[in-house]
Design a protein around this ligand. Structure first.
Ligand code: HSE
Length: 427
């Protein structure tokens, strides 16, 4: 039986889950895959942690050189994260002729061209299923399952932390700050939640997924990004009155106008399949020209779900003699002839606080008219003590730039009021 030696760089949450799956399922893979996958080495500064997980002392390496010079190691798993030593170690492993499996979205998003070049030069594999949407097999789906299609659109809830926060805000009617604190206390959000709540994590993933879906490099810099820190609980509850649920959506589209990639809070109709993806669950909703709609749903993070993606990559690499690389020209930047849509179109939810007196609506209407913005629905709430009223509008599909111009114009009008929130709506 073929024997494959694995090294794990980093025994944190995901590294620990990977170690657990590999050791507990070793016999199962011998039976079902006809391959004996053995953890030959781990690199972990915290030796106590490695020992507590059951790693034999002699398998704990002291440095990367020891790992990559070990002839029994065929596959190196990188679960350190970030783009510092992780990049250095992954390149060292590839250059030493080891196949690499990584969960590192930032690394893959920013340096896939460099890593893939090294892998191809050495004729070794480079696998990254765990970099996007944890245990949900979206990369394999894009690389294999839906290759028959032109993928025209992709919408995903691909960050569990923000989905947890928005779900709680919606269910309990509480504000962002309060929920973030609770999420940190429960270990759902990092002590510094910036990467998640400002949409960076989702944007790294969208850059990778849309490059695979649209067969062209979609650099991180092309992804429009907006996080959830400005979301007020009022917006979530007013949205509900229109039948909407708020999600941090990653949206990728490929049409004759070009490629459009964006991550931002978005209202979707409560009947949409993505609307019922709650808590820390993730989902990706794809549309292909032949297959039509496909939705994948599951856990986007966690020791065992992410470990599941890593170990599936290890099995793939162990049981295929040909390596699988990306299906696009993997350069640092986008190809010159690919157009990216900057001024995208959407429907919009706009919340204003306005003076409650004659002529105010007329002034607002004239601004919307000037920029070609058509209103679908509107509600006005009762006046507060200051005599001002919340006014909430939903627009027809319009250009982003028109909305921005209209908002600036309204905010500059004397005695009308101000725009408090603008949230895009999937119509
Ligand atoms: N921090 C991510 C999330 C998981 O909240 O979904 C890893 O990408």
């Amino acid at each position: 039986m073929k024997k494959v030696g694995v090294a794990i760089l980093g025994l944190g949450v995901v590294g620990g889950g990977t170690y657990q799956i590999l050791t507990e399922h070793r016999e199962f893979y011998r039976k079902t895959q006809d391959v004996d996958i053995v953890v030959e080495s781990v690199l972990e500064i915290n030796r106590e942690r490695a020992l507590a997980l059951g790693v034999p002392e002699e398998k704990i390496a002291s440095n990367i050189a020891e790992v990559i010079s070990n002839p029994d190691v065929n596959i190196v798993v990188e679960v350190i994260g970030g783009i510092g030593v992780a990049r250095e170690f992954v390149l060292a492993a590839l250059n030493a002729g080891k196949t690499v499996v990584t969960s590192n979205k930032e690394l893959f998003c920013k340096y896939s061209h460099e890593l893939e070049r090294a892998a191809k030069r050495q004729n070794v594999g480079l696998y990254f299923e765990a970099s996007c949407v944890g245990g949900v097999p979206i990369i394999r789906t894009l690389l294999d399952g839906v290759q028959a299609n032109h993928i025209t659109s992709m919408m995903g809830i691909i960050n569990g932390t923000t989905n947890y926060i928005l779900t709680k805000m919606s269910a309990d009617g509480v504000g962002y700050e309060e929920v973030v604190k609770e999420a940190q206390r429960l270990g759902y959000a990092e002590a510094d939640p910036t990467a998640d709540v400002e949409g960076y994590d989702a944007a790294y993933k969208l850059s990778i997924l849309s490059s695979l879906a649209f067969h062209t490099k979609v650099p991180f810099a092309k992804v429009y990004r907006e996080g959830i820190t400005g979301i007020a609980k009022e917006d979530i509850s007013y949205g509900k009155e229109f039948g909407y649920v708020l999600k941090l959506l990653a949206i990728g589209k490929n049409s004759e106008k070009g490629i459009e990639v964006r991550v931002h809070p978005t209202f979707i109709k409560k009947e949409h399949p993505l609307a019922s993806v709650n808590d820390s669950f993730n989902a990706v909703y794809l549309t292909g020209d032949a297959v039509d709609d496909v939705m994948l749903y599951g856990r986007g993070a966690g020791a065992l779900p992410t470990g599941s993606a890593i170990v599936s990559d290890i099995i793939y690499a162990s049981t295929h003699s040909e390596n699988k690389y990306s299906t696009f020209k993997n350069n640092a930047s986008a190809e010159k002839d690919v157009k990216f849509v900057q001024d995208f179109e959407s429907a919009y939810y706009i919340r204003l606080t306005v003076e409650d007196r004659p002529g105010v609506l007329a002034k607002l209407s004239s601004v919307f008219g000037k920029y070609g913005i058509s209103i679908v629905e509107m509600i006005q709430k009762s006046a507060g003590e200051d005599g001002k009223v919340p006014l909430i509008l939903i627009t027809h599909t319009t250009k982003e730039l028109s909305i921005r111009n209209a908002v600036n114009k309204i905010n500059a009008l004397d005695g009308v009021g101000q725009v408090d929130s603008v949230i895009r709506v999937v119509s």
